[in-house]
Design a protein around this ligand. Sequence first.
Ligand SMILES: C[S@@+](CC[C@H](N)C(=O)[O-])C[C@H]1O[C@@H](n2cnc3c(N)ncnc32)[C@H](O)[C@@H]1O
Length: 125
Amino acid sequence: RDGGALSSRVRIVAGDCREDIPVQADVYIIKNILEWDDDSTRRALANVLKAARPGARVIVIENLVDDTPSMKFTTSMDLLLLLNVGGAKHTRLSMVERLTDAGLVLGEVRPVNAYLHAFECTVPA
Ligand SMILES: C[S@@+](CC[C@H](N)C(=O)[O-])C[C@H]1O[C@@H](n2cnc3c(N)ncnc32)[C@H](O)[C@@H]1O
């Protein structure tokens, strides 16, 4: 927000993360994004790896199709995503597969709250 406490530290960059992520950062937070088609997920993660320095952290936060209280919400979102963008919500395993296939080193997977999980990854050397 203009004039907000963090405004001098924020830069909004327009673009398509499947084409390019022109930002070098210590931490990349990707929240409720990797729920579209698999090719888009592959391209977005490949662009994170291209932009990031070795050792940078990549934290992917998602609602999972699992046994948590988010199941009803996630199942409706799963259907909505399938019908609208050919996407899907993930299980813990299908998310882990996509992150490791992209070349990220997976650390812990932690609940953020009753609805969201964080997959803590690192960009390898
Ligand atoms: C489900 S929302 C999640 C927003 C936010 N990260 C959150 O968790 O509240 C997905 C966001 O991705 C943006 N988006 C969609 N396609 C994109 C693309 N190709 N490149 C960059 N951003 C995109 C949308 O504009 C939208 O803000």
